[in-house]
Design a protein around this ligand. Structure first.
Ligand code: CMC
Length: 428
């Protein structure tokens, strides 16, 4: 943010004129600072869903929704998806730079050393309802990390925050795969420190059923790339939640658990599950794509996996994921039927003025579900995979906020439209 306070905009109101500073971001975007508005004019702003409000300055991720640009720490997502592993990307997002080989080894070794969870925590996860949604179980398990690891729960101690970062990154795949194994009635599998991060997660999840050889390599590459594509997305609902909860000085475990809960909704991370359910429903009901789109246009249903608050053009992540889906699902003469249906649905929507006029394009969730399904992940695990991918972003934002000189507890105002003062019945 530029500290050039020369540039201002003027707000003309009944009481006079207020000059408000304009800050220019790295990419030339302008932000009007409203800090003095209430004190000077007595007025607040109303911005439902914060569509127009920057609540902080951040150096982590840049998005240009109109141009379809996404960069982590300045690096285009297209380059990271192809040339960087998930651990390299996580390191970049959290610490600000791509790791040197020695730094990557140290980071990776620490994650291997911390991947186990305490036996009591394992028993706690095993005691949770096995048919419960894994996102609810995962959020609960992550919340308890502050109790098992109270020695890394102080946001005021940098070393503790660093230790908690490693513990979260190391243990989330272990927690997720244990929840999955329980849900299918199989014994949980302990982490194997001879495997890399993604392979270890796949093995803890699928055990001996994990694909090997060429297919195993393809699955590892695909899961890794999907995690990279989800690693951060600036102030989305779950990341904003992590920041809001963390702004009260809540520990990082509580803040990330809150982010997992925010992610679970179908308008956010839960959309990847909702897309697959939508495709299955279209297939099973036999409804034509044209008739389904009519239902969308009459607002009976939403076209899940389409539309985005920020992207008013193609979501760059969806382009990468579509290519990946083609590599995995179109490999033989017998293409995956849900992928084929998704392709037709996308094509029909993009020819329809309802979607083009509203600038509704496929988002990150449109094709992820069909890939995860082919790998054998059940539908309700899709959002869990999103959470594993998004963890570096949540952690990076929590940490950045701790060092922000402009940091204050998050406390929005409201526009009150309830009753004016009235007499209590006891007063006659
Ligand atoms: N299907 C049909 N109509 C839509 C859709 C959709 N998926 N998305 C937006 N619209 C319409 C909406 O009804 C409105 O029309 P009108 O102006 O006539 O009232 C217009 O487009 C603008 O939509 P909005 O609801 O004001 O947009 P928003 O920025 O508040 O919502 C969204 C963004 C992602 C919640 C929404 O597009 C949506 O519900 N999409 C489906 C769910 C989904 O795929 N979510 C994943 C988002 S990307 C990953 C993530 O964030 O986790």
């Amino acid at each position: 943010m530029s500290d050039d306070k020369e540039r201002t905009v003027e707000l003309h109101y009944e009481g006079g004129v207020l000059k408000l500073p304009v800050f220019t971001g790295t990419e030339g975007e302008n932000t009007v600072e409203l800090k003095t508005l209430l004190g000077s004019t007595g007025m607040t702003t109303l911005d439902p869903g914060f569509g127009n409000t920057a609540s902080c300055s951040s150096k982590i991720t840049y998005i240009d929704g109109a141009a379809g640009i996404l960069r982590y720490r300045g690096y285009p997502i297209e380059d990271l998806a192809v040339h960087s592993t998930f651990l390299e990307t996580a390191y970049l997002v959290i610490y600000g730079e791509l790791p040197e080989p020695g730094q990557l080894k140290e980071f990776s070794d620490k994650l291997r050393d911390n991947a186990d969870i305490p036996a009591e925590m394992g028993a706690f996860i095993d005691a949770m309802p096995r048919n419960g949604h894994p996102m609810a179980l995962m959020a609960s398990a992550v919340n308890t990390l502050a109790a098992y690891y109270a020695d890394s729960a102080d946001p005021g101690d940098e070393e503790q925050v660093e230790l908690a970062t490693i513990r979260l990154m190391a243990k989330l795949p272990t927690i997720a795969s244990r929840i999955y194994r329980n849900s299918i009635g199989e014994t949980p599998i302990d982490p194997d420190d001879s495997l890399d991060y993604v392979d270890n997660f796949i093995r803890m999840t699928f055990g001996d059923n994990a694909p090997t050889g060429e297919l195993g390599d393809l699955f590892n590459k695909a899961v890794g790339m999907l995690l990279v594509l989800h690693a951060d997305h600036e102030l989305n609902c779950s990341t904003a939640t992590v920041r809001v909860v963390g702004s009260s000085q809540a520990d990082i475990f509580a803040s990330v658990a809150s982010g997992i809960n925010a992610l679970s909704g179908p308008s956010h991370g839960g959309a990847n599950q909702a897309v697959l359910e939508m495709l299955e429903e279209i297939r099973d009901s036999g409804i034509s794509i044209e008739d389904f789109l009519e239902k969308v246009k009459s607002r009976e249903v939403r076209l899940m996996g389409f539309g985005h608050r920020v992207y008013k053009n193609f979501d760059p992540r969806s382009k990468e994921i579509k290519v990946l889906a083609s590599q995995i699902l179109d490999r033989d003469e017998n293409p995956d039927e849900l992928f084929a249906l998704a392709l037709k649905l996308e094509a029909a929507a993009l020819e329809d003025s309802y979607f083009t006029e509203r600038k509704l394009y496929p988002n990150v969730d449109f094709y992820t579900g069909v890939i995860y399904r082919t790998m054998g992940f059940p539908t309700n695990m899709f959002t869990v995979l999103f959470a594993i991918g998004r963890l570096p972003g949540w952690v990076a934002h929590y940490r950045e906020q701790l060092h922000d000189p402009a940091f204050r507890i998050a406390r929005p105002r409201q526009h009150y439209i309830g009753s004016a003062e009235r007499r209590h019945p006891s007063q006659g």
